[in-house]
Design a protein around this ligand. Sequence first.
Ligand SMILES: [Zn+2]
Length: 547
Amino acid sequence: MNDITGVSFLPLGGTGEIGMNLNLYRQGEAWLAVDCGIGFSGNDTPEAEILLPDPVFIAERKKALAGLVVTHAHEDHLGAIAHLWPQLGCPVYVTPFAAAVLRRKLGEAQLLQQVPIHVVAPGSAFTVGPFDLRFISVTHSVPESQSLVLRTPQGIIIHTGDWKIDPDPQVGPPTDLETFAALGREGVLAMVCDSTNVRTEGPSASEADVRREMTRLIASLEGRIAVTCFASNVARVETLAKAAQAAGRKVAVVGRSLRNLEVAARECGYLSDVPQFLSEQEANSVHDDQILLIVTGSQGEPRSALSRIASDTHPNISLGENDTVIYSSRMIPGNEQAVIQVQDNLTRRGVQVITDKDHLVHVSGHATGGDVRKLYDLVRPRYLIPVHGEWRHLTANAAIAQELDIEPVLLEDGDILDIRANGVEVGDTAPTGRLVLDGGRILPMNGGVLSARRRMLFNGMVLGSFAVDDEGYLIGDPKVSAPGLLDMEDPETLRITEEFGNALDEIPDELRVNDATFREAAKTALRRALGRKLQKRPLVDVHLLRV
Ligand SMILES: [Zn+2]
């Protein structure tokens, strides 16, 4: 398949319910990665919080990996680089703002010196190995978002990344529709397109509308105002700062990710005409009617500033009667319960909660059905490959393409699509999977450690400990502990301990010589002692101590 002019596209994450974008393009023998993001697990995997795409397919071909291009600075597009780069080992191509965000992450992972970073100006052309590339500026909810154009021997391919159409985005240029149209006139073979918000009909609402409404709303409120939004949405942060200014309020930021993003944004020349933000300590010396707090925690994250404020455990900031919290963000599916709990706690304290259901305090950064239709009309690609969304989003995107006589191609993660000037075809399949970021370690989702944790989570764990002499005979009484299952004082614990002791005595002599066989026999004894009364199958383990 690898003739010098052959071209393939392979999504390795991003066509499922958890969008961790990792895309690969092949041209001849060379590979190019586009984006490398993390995903946040929903309620179905409580043992894992942060997920990463398994890069094993490209890690095995890392010598042929010419580079990694990042379309924008969102976590689900660049958040995995600091964790997976050692397996990729390639240069990384980013815009200045994404570079500022990425450098901080690489610094925290002690990788800053190793990773070659090439900063590419928005909208400019560059090459990576044999790949002839060009960025196109698009509007999204983070500065400097880019679509990527690949000029391949088979034809032009456009990878949209995340985008929307907003004629007045407040920060950065609007989506460069002229360049898209020019490519359309030249002829585009395939377009790989974001599907997140295509089920919303009509054109996107503008950040300018949010700015107007936010300015009106903030001027009308008394008491402390706290607004929560995504830290990386610099246009929104600027909207809040300007609305505060117009209402005679100073701005303070609360939460680490907001402070980091403020630094990155100012470094790259953004927020230049709004005053430096106050710290949360400084906020307390400003009168309640003269302060606006921007806080992290729009998704109900338990350790975030807003969750702590809601439960009155934040060290510096408190809110109560007469104060208002505005959610200038959408609820990511899976986070509903956590968000509602925080809102409930705030309401209990007498705080007024305002969301995008009450006022226009948020617009999505993703293309609506109307936006997508407009772009397809301009570009007229021969093939449309929907990515970044759940299956119902991908199929909705495909349906729009079909209406416009563009042939949609639906792929699952791992499908290798061979793209030729005269047709496309899924040739091969690559292994895919999920990894879990567990503290500082990366573990396979289906590996032993997380399987054991899943079992402990639902069935608890029972640990039996006992000491034996060199001939293998019990010294003293065994101990049994069952954290997450039984209290130490529970009569059931005493019964199990006693039966475990009796069962240990019955283990045949020949099994006592070797530690491994002894341990296995002791585990069986402990399982038997547990019996059926608990109606659980906990994780069972023993500690054997020879003295
Ligand atoms: Zn994004």
